[in-house]
Design a binder for this molecule. Structure first.
Ligand code: NQM
Length: 357
């Protein structure tokens, strides 16, 4: 019998500005090919509308978190992120996701992997995709995750309980180096770019160099065929320089257009996922932009209004901004740690039935 015919235990959560299906690793097939086939049938891919599955027909709502008790003594749970491509039969672990990450701590408590603390709970999470660690802290009054609260994050209506995410060792998570090409900037297909990886391999480009303002609505950039073709060519060429090889089935590197801040922040961004344009910005994506623009001579360094020491970087995006507190190694632009606040919400808990094989 194909995997999943009797249904699979699944929790649907909003994590930050994304939405995804959260599973215990033990509830999924151990074989990767079997697991990926099952996830495609659960999410409804490949299909632009994902009409026969629970995916939301956008990269930001076609995400999966797979959680297990950690085997290492330093962390509590292992979190594997999987991007289920909407219109292709592709499931990829090539990137991390700091938004889905926001739901991992509460999910671990919900499923009994971690005991709730008194009033609040701290969960040490190993992000399997990049083998880095994050510590999540969130309210658990009465021993249960509390989702309601007062924190508003741009890109999500209303307010919810704050989830603090404290990152360390994010630099070079995927490529092995903060500056994977070894250079602060490179010329790729005639365009000056900075290739940087502080948890999300990204290619920073001055929007004006591609003939756009960089403050357009996502839909306008998605519909610009000339721009899309240019971005696609730049992505493949930059990925080679970054040592990432053929990225035709990967969702990284992300391509990020930068322009001067438009609302009093540090810098304005539009990030490509890599075709659809993010309606806000990824958590590790924003941390990677911040790490890049802090470097003298990098793309965006000249456009940015860098914050005074100790103040957060305010990364502007299509629906507002994301604040990131970065602690640099004293006297350098190497990142020691960073902190971001997100919210998450349990939407549904039950049994999901995949499309038949
Ligand atoms: O960069 C979207 C998201 C993300 C990733 C993407 C993310 C991150 O917003 O940490 O959160 O870049 O594919 O969910």
């Amino acid at each position: 019998m194909p995997a999943g015919e009797d249904g699979i235990r699944c929790m649907l959560m909003r994590g930050g500005t994304s939405k995804g299906a959260y599973f215990l690793a033990d509830d999924l097939p151990a074989d990767t090919a079997e697991r990926d086939d099952l996830l495609l049938r659960i999410m409804g891919s490949p299909d632009a509308r994902q009409i026969d599955g629970i995916g939301g027909a956008h990269p930001l709502t076609s995400k999966v978190g797979v959680i297990a008790a950690s085997t290492s003594g330093d962390t509590d749970v292992d979190y594997l992120f999987l991007q289920v491509v909407v219109d292709e039969a592709v499931v990829t672990d090539s990137q991390n996701c700091g938004n889905i990450l926001a739901g991992i701590g509460p999910f671990a408590v919900e499923r009994g992997l971690v005991a709730a603390g008194e009033g609040e709970t701290t969960v040490r999470i190993r992000m399997v995709n990049t083998d880095s660690t994050v510590v999540a802290r969130f309210p658990t009054p009465g021993g249960r995750p509390q989702y309601s609260g007062d924190l508003a994050i741009d890109g999500v209506p209303g307010t919810a309980a704050p989830i603090e995410l404290a990152f360390s060792d994010t630099a070079g998570g995927t490529t092995g180096a903060l500056l994977p090409t070894g250079n602060v900037s490179d010329i790729v297909e005639g365009v000056r770019v900075t290739c940087v990886d502080n948890g999300m391999p990204s290619v920073l480009i001055t929007a004006a160099d591609l003939g756009v303002a960089g403050t357009e609505e996502p839909g306008a950039l998605e519909g610009d065929e000339q721009l899309q073709a240019r971005i696609r060519g730049l992505r493949f060429a930059a990925a080679e320089l970054m040592g990432m090889g053929d990225v035709s089935e990967a969702t990284v590197p992300k391509m990020v257009l930068l322009s001067p801040p438009a609302a009093g922040g540090t810098i304005s961004t539009r990030s490509f996922l890599p075709i659809r344009v993010h309606t806000s910005i990824g958590v590790l994506g924003a941390q990677t932009v911040a790490a890049g623009i802090a470097i003298d001579g990098a793309v965006g360094n000249d456009l940015a209004v860098l914050p005074p020491a100790g103040a957060p970087f305010r990364i502007e995006h299509p629906t507002g901004h994301m604040d990131i507190r970065i602690d640099f190694v004293p006297g350098s632009t190497d990142i020691a740690s960073s902190v971001v606040y997100r919210t998450a919400r349990k939407l549904f808990d039950g049994t999901v039935f995949p499309r038949s094989a």
